[in-house]
Design a protein around this ligand. Structure first.
Ligand SMILES: Nc1ncnc2c1ncn2[C@@H]1O[C@H](COP(=O)(O)OP(=O)(O)OP(=O)(O)O)[C@@H](O)[C@H]1O
Ligand SMILES: [Mg+2]
Length: 245
């Protein structure tokens, strides 16, 4: 099983949007995919409510799928504990249980595990790094993009020391890109200079349809397949599966 965490301690950069579209895109490409919502805010869980398919749920308590919510298109979700009820401040994730679930899902033939992390490196964010081999960093294409990123890259270095074989940087993906703004080109050139090959080729364009799709509890792949945001995430899925062209 391959695993990718979406992490960045900066808020609102497109972690959740990338997590749900990457997970759904990989599932549409034929893989068995489990999305883990590790953010107590539960945005991924709420943003997928329109794709819930209770008929696919597994009740056998022996199966690792029994704790997951079935979604359309052979996609599975471990909902955030905070999505439907308030969890107490200071509640920490049961990392041992999550690691056991990860191993059981791998054993059961799951192809991909995608983990949506919260916008801070607290116990939940750290658990996301411990769970995954790879980390994808979404970065908003704005003037200070590189500044926040270097902090996160240091965090990943510390995580790799603590969890050998985990938290390898898969790449950085620019989000909310508007190519009509001249600053965008400067920002992208700066990211390329600093990150080299770690800057992915895929660019996620700004597309207001994302907000609409999320309010319907769906990904853009379901809500509007021909939107430019769908094409952009389709390209990211292709890059994750097959590398650069
Ligand atoms: N490419 C895009 N174009 C336009 N809007 C976008 C795009 N990507 C995300 N958004 C919107 O921006 C907001 C923040 O995105 P998202 O929730 O994915 O970020 P996040 O990093 O997960 O935030 P948080 O740090 O709060 O978890 C959401 O309303 C989302 O719908
Ligand atoms: Mg989020």
């Amino acid at each position: 099983m391959r695993s990718i965490a979406l992490a960045n301690q900066k808020g609102g950069v497109g972690k959740t949007t990338t997590a749900v579209h990457l997970a759904h895109g990989l599932a549409l490409a034929g893989a068995v995919v489990v999305l883990i919502d590790l953010d107590p805010q539960g945005n991924a869980t709420l943003g997928l409510e329109g794709m819930v398919d209770d008929s696919g749920n597994v009740s056998d308590p022996e199966s690792p799928f029994s704790v997951l919510q079935a979604l359309q298109d052979h996609l599975w979700l471990l909902p955030s504990p905070g999505a439907r009820r308030n969890i107490d401040r200071g509640t920490v994730p049961d990392t041992r249980k999550l690691l056991a679930l990860r191993d059981a899902l791998a054993e059961a033939g799951v192809d991909w595990m995608i983990v949506d992390c919260p916008p801070r490196m607290d116990a939940w964010g750290w658990a996301g790094l411990e769970l995954c081999e790879r980390v994808l960093l979404p970065v908003q294409s704005e003037f200070f993009a590189m500044h926040g990123l270097s902090q996160m890259i240091q965090t990943l270095r510390a995580a790799r020391k603590q969890f050998p074989g985990r938290a390898e940087l898969l790449g950085v993906v620019p989000t909310m890109v508007d190519l009509r703004e001249s600053i965008t080109h400067e920002v992208l050139a700066n990211l390329r200079r600093n990150l080299g090959e770690k800057l992915l080729q895929s660019l996620i364009l700004r597309d207001l349809t994302f907000v609409e799709a999320a309010s319907h509890g769906q990904t853009l792949f379901r809500y509007r397949l021909d939107a430019k945001g769908s094409l952009a995430y389709g390209e990211l899925v292709r890059e994750v599966l097959h590398g650069r062209t």
